[in-house]
Design a protein around this ligand. Sequence first.
Ligand code: SAM
Length: 187
Amino acid sequence: MTKTPTSVLKAKEVAFEKGFAHSCIDEVGQLLSVLSASVQGGVIGEIGTGYGVGTSWLISARQKDVSLITIDNDAEKIETVSEYIKGENIQVLRGDWKDLLAHGPFKLLFADGGQSKVDGADTLFESLEIRGMMILDDLTPIELWPKEWIGKKDPVRDYWLNHPKMRATEIRVSPNHAVILSVKTEK
Ligand SMILES: C[S@@+](CC[C@H](N)C(=O)[O-])C[C@H]1O[C@@H](n2cnc3c(N)ncnc32)[C@H](O)[C@@H]1O
């Protein structure tokens, strides 16, 4: 694994002090930074700022002409994050995930908050640029599913892996954590 940027260490410290255990894991953060580094112009969005760990990974590799907008509906989190994440073309917004959509279309969208990736899946699809990429984390690899999940519907995988206008894959970033990457190929 490459070195964790200082800005990410700071965000992790804040999350730790707040007792927040839902920041993205380092393996997802590394992937976010690689994807962010590949974006030229346009907008990167994040739904669910938390205490800014994912945001800091995204910013760590972003080109300056790429805007980054993150949103969270929790006022305390946004107030905290706004104090230490600032910069040109960076916006930290308080609001429901739907409020982010006015700032698209997105070249890269990390949907990591609320029910957006399930209840708002069509809306998120619409908010992507053609060739824009969605990243979704926090998936349990199927072979590690507890017995009671087996045979149940998995709306996140069903939608984002099988969308007829997207090209998608599920990748394992650690033994017990998978993510979906899904690129919009058609309107
Ligand atoms: C998994 S955490 C985000 C972690 C963050 N992306 C990171 O990598 O550090 C989910 C966040 O979504 C926020 N959230 C929950 N429902 C939301 C909604 N309807 N709109 C916006 N944010 C929401 C929560 O307050 C929480 O901070």
